[in-house]
Each structure stands twice: as C-alpha cells, then as structure tokens.
Design a protein. Structure first.
Length: 198
C-alpha cells in the first residue's frame, strides 16, 4: 500500500484496506485464509509519520505435536513511525562536500554514514524509513505478521500429539504402545528387539 504523505491532513487520516498476502512477500510455503485486513490511523509531525492500527490475518501452521495443518487467526496491534531515510541537509554542508578534492575521504565518509544508518535501524526496531513523499506499508505489515508467528504452533492447547512408536494421532484414537511398555519386562523386550535389528 502506497500512501502519499502530502495528502495526510493535520488532523490525521484513517485508512482501511485489504492486502493480498502475496504482495507482502512472505514465504510461498505459508498459506493464508483469505486476505490481510489492515486498519490504521496516520498523522504526521514535521516529516515524521506515525501509524497506529491493527492487522488481521489468518495464516496456516503445522502443529508442533500432531503435525496437522491448521489456520490460526492473528489480531496484531501496531504502533510504528516512519522517518525520511535520507533527510535533506543544509545547503552549505552540501557545498563543502562538493568542493572537497580528496575522493577517498568522501568514500570513507559514505561508509561511516552507511554504518551509522544501519546501526540506527537496529537500535530503533519500531522505526521505518521512507524516501520521497510516499510511505509503503508492505514491509512493516510483513514484519508485524512474522513477529506474531508462534515459536511452536499448536492446533489446540490440549493437543495430545502423536505416538512416538506407531505414529498414531492420539487426538483421533488410542494405541497400546505405551501400555505395553508399562508391563513387566516390556522394556527388556524392546531393548532386545533393537539389538536384533542392529
């Protein structure tokens, strides 16, 4: 979504739109149910744009216990700022740099500037950058959605998982594997079986 900051009035601007998940460049392996809904309120102070709102998305995950694929609705609140990537510099600074004869010093300064820019981006994780007179929300939305992904997704908090021996889904039916292991001498039988297979 491309937004012209010149069209944001002093009182701010409310936006609401739907985004195709393919447009925010997530992994093609991630399936979504429907589109991504974005609601935000934008306002600006000088050249800084503040965006606050909510993202609703329903990506698909593989359960960390039973390996079943399932959709998980996500409601993500965000509070982000956008600042110019290369803010305009005073004219006299520009003139001084143009009159310098030592090209190597200019190159060195550019390298230091790039490093400072990268460091600033790392130090301000909620700070986004824009160029010209437009901001693009796609990258911010992508990051917010990815940050909301669970480390170990579960189809249900009560998911029983799979039997480590026969692989049956305990959410569907039971097996006797663990019961057999609990009987006297069962572990000895399993150990002997493993030795024979070797």
């Amino acid at each position: 979504m491309l937004i012209d900051i010149l069209h944001i009035p002093e009182e701010g601007k409310e936006i609401s739109y739907q985004e195709d998940p393919a447009n925010i460049h997530l992994s093609p392996d991630i399936e979504f149910k429907g589109v991504i809904d974005v609601q935000a309120f934008l306002y600006k102070t000088a050249k800084t744009i503040i965006a606050r709102g909510r993202i609703n998305a329903t990506p698909s995950f593989q359960c960390g216990r039973c390996s079943k694929n399932f959709f998980l609705p996500l409601a993500i609140d965000f509070d982000q700022i956008f600042v110019p990537k290369n803010p305009p510099r005073p004219a006299y600074h520009k003139k001084q740099e143009e009159t310098r004869a030592n090209r190597s010093s200019l190159k060195k300064k550019a390298e230091v500037s790039d490093f400072s820019q990268e460091k600033e981006e790392l130090d301000n994780p909620d700070e986004n950058y824009y160029e010209g007179s437009s901001i693009v929300l796609d990258e911010m939305i992508r990051e917010q959605v990815l940050l909301e992904f669970p480390m170990r997704p579960l189809c249900s908090p009560t998911c029983k998982g799979l039997c480590p021996r026969c692989g049956i889904d305990w959410n569907v039916s039971d097996c006797s594997c663990l019961k057999d292991e609990d009987t006297p001498g069962s572990m000895e039988k399993i150990f002997k079986k493993i030795l024979k297979e070797k």
